[in-house]
Design a protein around this ligand. Sequence first.
Ligand SMILES: Cc1cc2nc3c(=O)[nH]c(=O)nc-3n(C[C@H](O)[C@H](O)[C@H](O)COP(=O)(O)OP(=O)(O)OC[C@H]3O[C@@H](n4cnc5c(N)ncnc54)[C@H](O)[C@@H]3O)c2cc1C
Length: 335
Amino acid sequence: MRIKLKYDLSSQNTFRMKVSCECFVEYGNVTELAGLNFDRLPKPLLHIGEGSNLLFTGDFPGTVLHSDIEFIKYVDIGLDEVPVMVGAGVSFDNFVSEACRHGLWGAENLSLIPGEVGAAAVQNIGAYGAEVADIVSGVVCFDLKERKKVKFSRKDCRYGYRSSMFKEPEFRRRFVVTSVLFRLSRKPAPKTGYKGVSEALGGRVPQSPSEVREAIIRLRREKLPDPAETGSAGSFFKNPVMSAEAFARISPDGSAPHYLLPDGMVKVPAAYLIDSCALKGASVGGAAVYEKQPLVIVNRSGDATPEDVLGLEEKIVNTVRERFGVVLEPEVEHI
Ligand SMILES: Cc1cc2nc3c(=O)[nH]c(=O)nc-3n(C[C@H](O)[C@H](O)[C@H](O)COP(=O)(O)OP(=O)(O)OC[C@H]3O[C@@H](n4cnc5c(N)ncnc54)[C@H](O)[C@@H]3O)c2cc1C
């Protein structure tokens, strides 16, 4: 267990904001977590993973918790449907890479998404026509309120688009995910319907999950910044959902990219709106709109401050609102 006071969080968030927390606790197993004297820790408590979906807007006055629970356990590798128990502190992409190496299907479309397994189950991460809810069969947590271990089935988690029970206001920050039970398959189940995936596979039917993984990695590297090189938190804004009338005001001839949702509402890519306002490359201080994907704000200079990012966020929101009457909401969690 590591406990540090006045801890520098620069390397604990992929945006690389130079902020600190009052106290930082990294535990290696559930016993260490359960044995913490929570009453004495500076409040509030915030559990983080790799900090790849967070924007720290300043120093954090409480305790930041981080899991170092790292194991991948194949419960029965001989089955067609293989249950795999994974510690919350494992890098999600390491889990995907291992699963593919074992020829197990289900996680390959989620290749190269930054972050840890615990957060993946909270966020219901998704990409290229798949989401983690498709392969989660249970989540083991430590309940910070009752101070005891609890297990949730996939159904209990109430997964929706990038949402889960863990993000609902009533339960937010109450449960620390300690491990996740996944169910992967030996039977080939390639998901290649999503735009670009089939092309990246050269039109071939993939013979292994690794083949899909490699194609997804190529696609992602073309469009997204590598967190090891450029600070960011991935997609900064949510794609706005609006009525058909509101969409008609944005695009009278209907030519703007959009997806019709089952309830008749229309989802419009925020990247299209930002790009249409000629904001690609726009900057405030060291923060800039990523040239290859306008949905991403990057720490261009390497020493951008929270104020730079917030200033650029405001500029984008105001410009898009003035031009289209649409208010963009951040996807990245502001701390
Ligand atoms: C370049 C880039 C590309 C990205 N692409 C995608 C993408 O394609 N699809 C996608 O869905 N996301 C994407 N993201 C966003 C990000 O990778 C995910 O949201 C990821 O799940 C965050 O994981 P993390 O470990 O960094 O969690 P953090 O950002 O540290 O935390 C995220 C949330 O999870 C909570 N949390 C973290 N660990 C635990 C735990 N053990 N128990 C309980 N709560 C916990 C935190 O309190 C916070 O609310 C991208 C980010 C970047 C930087």
